[in-house]
Write a protein that binds this ligand. Sequence first.
Ligand SMILES: Nc1nc2c(ncn2[C@@H]2O[C@H](COP(=O)(O)OP(=O)(O)O)[C@@H](O)[C@H]2O)c(=O)[nH]1
Ligand SMILES: [Mg+2]
Length: 449
Amino acid sequence: MSGCKKPRAVANPLESTITTPSERILKECHDLYIDNDNGLVKIAESLGVRLLPPRKKIIVMIMGNHSAGKSSFINWYVEEHIQKTGVAIETQGFTFITSGRKRESLTGNATLHLYPHFRPLLEFKGVTDYLSAEISTSKQKKFSLVTFVDTPGLVDGDMVYPFDVNCAITSFGEQADLIFVFFDPMGQALCKRTLNIVEKLSEKCGDKLRFYLSKADEAGRETDRQRVMMQIVQELCRRPGLNKCGFEMPTIYIPNPQKPSRCVNQIDEVCETIEKSINQAVQKTLDQLEKDCNLILSTINRTLEQDRMNVSSNKSNRFNSFLCGVLGIFLPSIFILSFIISTFAPEELDSLVGEGLTKTLYISTGVVVYLWDWIPEDWQIMFVIIFSAACYFMFFLAKYFARQGSKTLTKREKKKLAEYSDYIQDVVKSKKRKLYEEYLRQCAAEYDF
Ligand SMILES: Nc1nc2c(ncn2[C@@H]2O[C@H](COP(=O)(O)OP(=O)(O)O)[C@@H](O)[C@H]2O)c(=O)[nH]1
Ligand SMILES: [Mg+2]
């Protein structure tokens, strides 16, 4: 069994007490990735594979014209006045609104630190100065599982944004799980900039887009509202990238007890959409966990298989190197020795090495000398050159084979890989199965009327 320890949670300012099974599942999955000793991210990194820990919350980006009611919607959902609202252009940058242990406001770099997935945004020069995060202790609705991204209010014309706002919103949208587009019936319902961004987002991640007619209570009578909606839908359909038509556009508004309205309010559907997305995220995270486990296991197997191949090829390389080295020394030695021996008289050799050995030496020397004499005299020099070159080549080959060796795993490294493999099979996979069962139980409970 592996000597791996169970994962330990890492302190994070966004940490708060857990209230729902989904939250617990997402948190436990996240912890399996980021554990300091045996986190999947760390294990994968040691194998040369890059994994990103899953998010503990879904990201809902809200975009739309200036004054479309984006910030007001977030405040309504969170049930706390976090974002400034008003007709003045309040939101110039991007704000993450999320739940945590205590009320806190973060700026640029601190925000990016909490959301590593958004690092690619740094390529938009100047965007960091316009990033912020608001952490609230609210647990209303499903807020503990949602991070809202409030985006700059969009307007046409001369408005100068401090960064490439169209590209930045598109890039944010690609990282989000849901993108809400708010159109308000007043003023700039058909802001060109909003439509351009929506068109771009629809090409890249159309399935995340949801359209809403916000501030619907301000649209006047039912017929006026219908007219505004028709106008917006027509404008959307006219865009080549968006002409799939059949747009659904629920009408929503922030309920105001002081100003009751007879207009239908579909704001609860927005909450349901968020809930559905959370459930999908839980399932996706569990599926991804299984995939990542399999990826790590297959990489470990591949690494061990490669190591076995390296060990056997190192062995054959060592043998070849030895053989070439021996030949490189042996052949010229025989050649030189034979000539030296041939200069001795047999009696001298007898007295030096004894009778038995003299006979063998003479026979073998005789063969070499015979062969040497057999070569025409003009070619003997040439033979010496070719023979020396051949011996040198043998040395070269010996060195070449010696250098061919590839690095192999040490015993400790192999043991570590086996431990990782056991840990993933025994701990992570069984935990995943348990979490999946919990998720299914929760789903069954939700649909059990
Ligand atoms: N009647 C009505 N007014 C709203 C609603 N939502 C927002 N507002 C008002 O519209 C103005 C702009 O809202 P805000 O949330 O700041 O818009 P943002 O620029 O999209 O963030 C504010 O004065 C809000 O009070 C709504 O549903 N109904
Ligand atoms: Mg705003």
